[in-house]
Design a protein around this ligand. Structure first.
Ligand code: PA5
Length: 447
């Protein structure tokens, strides 16, 4: 396996018998998930999605990526939430947060849009693209989400201005539902290439479908390897016994900690390239679990940066936090701290040492300090930041949250709470169909 789960940082917080006590509940939650007998079962096709992919099912994705690579320098990926975070995480994780600056070979630069309503963000991205050849991958399962739809209008206009009506159509790939939604109808009417988001997979579980795979492939990630790793993970994490299945152990410990009052989880990392792993994870966890006034609040910390900001709170603030650290066992790069033979900067004791080793030692030290400060610690070790590590990590967290949701007795696969902001926004923007709410909301604001 490319990842290892380590619960030794819980010694002061959880006793062995507590894990034993929750074992049967976890077994039942796992069976509920894999037998598709629980709430939201219609959205659990991700459980064995990777292993049923074939050359034929992946061919349209490979072909679309090759076409983009052949005619563009830039791919603009338009999407929000589950239609955004997975691809961004993957490119940072396997390639680099500086992928666009370091781009090489056939790979294209990938920029993300449609995840904000900000005119500044859109306008500046427009400037960044400049006169480079570009294509657009617009992603929306519902096909009706406002933020990406607005961004798509802008980029369509830009494509038409640069390549003409017909040329523009050749540079648009719409990733959406097989049948429903405004994006699907528009794609059909206009003749854009479409890729399908499977019915049985919800947004935040869709990274291994065309949603995540096309941007990854365009960026030069080997998507066959990512899927192969996830397919292997289906077996690695198939046992319903938490002593044999680390994803279940993780779900169990989270639940035990929650019941003891540790209601906020910090996903921490020691690599800037893992920041978006945390962003993806926060959506996965928060949108799946945060229901019926229950659930662990998912937050994140990027070290060393946050040791000089959040670190104070983590060490000494309110004691309702636990930490899950994602640790990379083999960095893709290492550097030796330069030798000067001088202690002018106080670093003589470090010179000649591997920076990777220093980073790891710092991580180990921080675990000890945080545990001493009363913060239970879990660790997920990933062997390398490569396709194999990514595929397995994705599956590990998805499996854990599915089981965790059933332990909380909620439907982990819906997101009814997301509608509340839309109703308020549409009402205030006077969207047709929201007339009654419009009156109420405008009155509340006295305008
Ligand atoms: O997990 C989810 O379902 C959501 O976060 C969606 O991914 C997000 O709201 C975007 O939806 P859509 O792909 O329909 O535009």
């Amino acid at each position: 396996a490319a990842i290892k789960f380590d619960s030794s940082g819980l010694k002061n917080f959880v006793k062995d018998n507590e894990l034993d006590e929750i074992k049967d509940q976890v077994r039942f939650a796992h069976q509920t998930l894999v037998q598709k007998s629980g709430a939201g079962a219609d959205f659990t096709d991700w459980v064995n999605w990777a292993s049923i992919q074939t050359e034929a099912t992946l061919a349209p994705i490979h072909q679309a990526a090759e076409k983009i690579q052949a005619n563009s320098k830039v791919l603009v990926v338009i999407g929000i939430g589950g239609s955004y975070l997975g691809a961004r995480m993957a490119i940072d994780f396997v390639k680099s947060p500086w992928h666009n600056e370091l781009v090489a070979g056939k790979a294209v630069k990938v920029y993300f849009a449609g995840n904000a309503m900000s005119p500044m963000a859109l306008d500046q991205l427009d400037q960044v693209i400049g006169d480079q050849d570009f294509s657009v991958n617009v992603i929306s399962k519902s096909g009706t989400t406002t933020e990406p739809a607005v961004a798509f209008r802008f980029f369509k206009q830009r494509l038409v201005a640069k390549y003409g009506e017909e040329g523009a159509k050749e540079r648009i790939v719409a990733t959406t539902d097989a049948k429903r939604g405004a994006l699907k109808s528009e794609a059909e009417a206009e003749g854009y290439q479409t890729l399908t988001i499977p019915d049985g997979i919800g947004g935040r579980f869709s990274v291994l479908s065309a949603v995540g795979l096309l941007p990854m492939a365009a960026a030069g990630i080997d998507i066959d390897q990512v899927l192969a790793a996830a397919a292997t993970a289906e077996k690695t994490y198939s046992s319903d016994d938490l002593y044999e299945n680390p994803a279940l152990a993780y779900a169990a410990y989270r639940r035990i900690l929650y019941d003891k009052g540790y209601t906020t989880e910090i996903l921490a990392n020691w690599e800037p390239s893992l920041q978006y792993l945390s962003e993806w994870w926060k959506q996965l966890m928060g949108e799946s679990e945060g229901k019926n006034q229950k659930g662990i609040y998912p937050s994140s910390a990027n070290y060393s940066t946050d040791l000089h900001s959040l670190g104070q709170y983590i060490q000494e603030g309110r004691r309702d936090l636990f930490e899950t650290v994602v640790r990379v066992d083999h960095s893709k790069h290492d550097l030796t701290i330069p030798k000067t033979g001088s202690n002018e900067d106080g670093l003589l004791y470090l010179e000649g040492k591997s920076l990777e080793e220093v980073n790891k030692t710092a991580a180990t030290g921080v675990v000890l300090a945080h545990v001493d400060g009363g913060v239970p610690n879990l660790a997920v070790h990933v062997d390398r930041q490569d396709e194999a590590g990514l595929g397995e990590l994705i599956y590990f967290f998805e499996m854990a949250v599915g089981v965790s949701g059933y332990l909380f007795n909620i439907n982990p696969f819906n997101q009814p709470g997301v509608e509340a902001y839309k109703t308020a926004m549409f009402a205030l923007l006077d969207k047709p169909g929201y007339e009654e709410q419009s009156k109420v909301y405008h009155e509340r604001l006295n305008d």
